[in-house]
Design a protein around this ligand. Structure first.
Ligand code: LFR
Length: 494
């Protein structure tokens, strides 16, 4: 087969990358042509993304991706984190800033939001776990802050669709990212007009939900004709990074897989053919999101390596080494405190002062304080592994099936210590990798749109051949069950 190439723009909440993937039929090779840091920052009290910076960096990356390559890139697709969006004024220009989901404006209006339609009702209509960060909550807060917004805004585009629009001039609403909004009917084929009306969100802001893995338009050449070609497709691979990551599992068969997409967030879940609704899933704080291949993911959304990343930032700023390799080596040498942070505790959600927050949590809950950075890192990783195990067990109970193997993809796959801890805590073999799963899934979906990959098997084979995932076998589970017990007994005593 002739080689083909595509470019993935993959934006995470602390860094973005543009990766060219070249496929020779059996194997996919990656060339990261651009990587850049970015962060939400505060402007006039609002936590916002720097959309101009992001667009500029995407532009730099795409220009590099198109530069004189042996195999020319024939398409581009963007994936980002979920739930965030950009408002557009009539004429298609951006209106206002793009708020970041950790902005605190949704909390104070939550009571009113849920008085329009209760949490229960929203869950039943959408299959999405109600949460302050959801798009619905955010749009509602925008409308409370400015009731005249409908006169000034014509459209709302989810973030990946916004960037695709800026690249191609075509607006669209891709299914996987729409499924994170809390505003689609279960299965995310269409918006819930009932919930939009009840929440006072103008229906006209949102166009029809479109299936993923579809072409959107053509890459515009830019004002200064930044690149010479007019035949590069802009594709909606799957706009949501987690959908892309799960599209890149190195599966060995058709069986539904269990997975952990481990990055700033940890998304722990299983593939299901349809949304899993019902009280048990709601009470377990699970949610349903759309897969790139049209199926469903039943997941728990757990605060993930964000806690560690925040510690790294703090240590980097205040002298000392925030480097992950050194920290992991220190963690490995440290003794376990045998305690578990509830990584979903409110205290860990907002940025800043994370090492002190961890220490305070340990003191308040277990009357101990980690004695060193290594011990803080060890405690965070052990806590993540325990939270993964508990989430998976809950999900298994609800779907009535057990898995012996769990795939761990995303940045966490580089973290051997976390992978080994996860294997022991879950009692399952962990197949780790690919670490760049979102970019890989994005590229694979583009090759499916191009008709070069024609089956799920072929896709899975390509991932296995190209990234040689590593297997971690479980060690003794008892210490992990004891840690779980300690967390559970703390929670029930509250
Ligand atoms: C991961 C992710 C999660 C989503 C969170 C916030 O990057 O997309 O799936 O819940 O970010 O959008």
């Amino acid at each position: 087969m002739a080689k083909v190439a595509a470019a993935a723009v993959d934006l995470g909440s602390s860094s973005g990358r543009v990766v060219v993937g070249t496929l020779d039929g059996e194997s996919l090779s990656l060339d990261e042509v651009h990587r850049f840091p970015h962060a939400a920052h505060t402007v006039n009290g609002d936590l916002v993304w720097d959309l101009c910076h992001l667009e500029e960096q995407i532009g730099v990356g795409i220009t590099r991706a198109l530069d004189d390559r042996v195999v020319a890139v024939s398409s581009v697709a963007v994936d980002t984190w979920g739930v965030d969006y950009v408002l557009l004024a009539p004429g298609g220009e951006r209106y206002g800033q793009g708020h970041a989901y950790r902005d605190s404006r949704t909390g104070p209006v939550a009571r009113e939001f849920y008085s329009r339609a209760s949490r229960d009702q929203r869950w039943q209509r959408t299959g999405v776990q109600p949460d302050d960060i959801n798009t619905g909550n955010q749009l509602f807060a925008d409308l409370v802050a400015d009731p005249h917004l409908p006169e000034k805004v014509e459209r709302a585009l989810l973030l990946p669709d916004y960037f695709a629009y800026r690249l191609s001039g075509e607006m669209g609403w891709g299914r996987s990212v729409c499924s994170t909004t809390g505003l689609c009917e279960t299965g995310s084929q269409r918006w819930s007009s009932e919930l939009l009306d009840l929440s006072g969100i103008p229906q006209e802001w949102l166009g029809p939900v479109q299936p993923d893995r579809k072409a959107r338009g053509w890459l515009r050449r830019g004002r200064e004709n930044a690149h010479p070609r007019s035949d590069i497709a802009v594709v909606n691979a799957a706009g949501h990074d987690t959908a892309c990551a799960v599209h890149a599992l190195p599966k060995t068969g058709d069986e539904a897989a269990a997975f952990i997409s481990s990055g700033s967030w940890s998304i722990v879940g299983v593939e299901t053919s349809a949304p899993v609704l019902g009280r048990a899933a709601f009470d377990a704080k699970l949610t349903n999101e759309a897969r790139a291949d049209g199926g469903n993911r039943l997941i728990a959304n757990i605060t993930g390596l964000w806690i560690l990343q925040e510690c790294q930032t703090e240590w980097g700023q205040y002298g000392g080494d925030g480097g992950i390799k050194e920290l992991l080596a220190l963690a490995e040498l440290s003794d376990s405190l045998g305690i578990v942070l509830d990584t979903d505790d409110e205290t860990f959600k907002l940025p800043g002062g994370m090492p002190a927050k961890v220490a305070q949590y340990c003191l308040d809950h277990y009357n101990v304080v980690p004695g060193s950075r290594g011990q803080i890192v060890r405690t965070i990783l052990e806590s993540l592994a325990v939270c993964y195990a508990m989430a998976l067990r809950k999900i298994e109970e609800i779907v009535g099936r057990r898995w012996d193997v769990v795939h761990l993809v995303g940045g966490g796959a580089y973290n051997g210590l976390l992978c080994q801890m996860t294997a022991s805590a879950t009692g399952k073999s962990v197949i780790a990798g690919p670490a760049e799963a979102s970019a890989v899934g994005n590229l694979l979906a583009q090759f499916e749109v191009a008709g070069v990959i024609t089956s799920d098997h072929q896709r899975h084979d390509i991932v296995r051949t190209s990234f040689s995932p590593r297997t971690y076998l479980p060690g003794p589970q008892e210490p992990w069950l004891a840690m779980e017990g300690r967390l559970a007994s703390y929670s029930t005593n509250q």
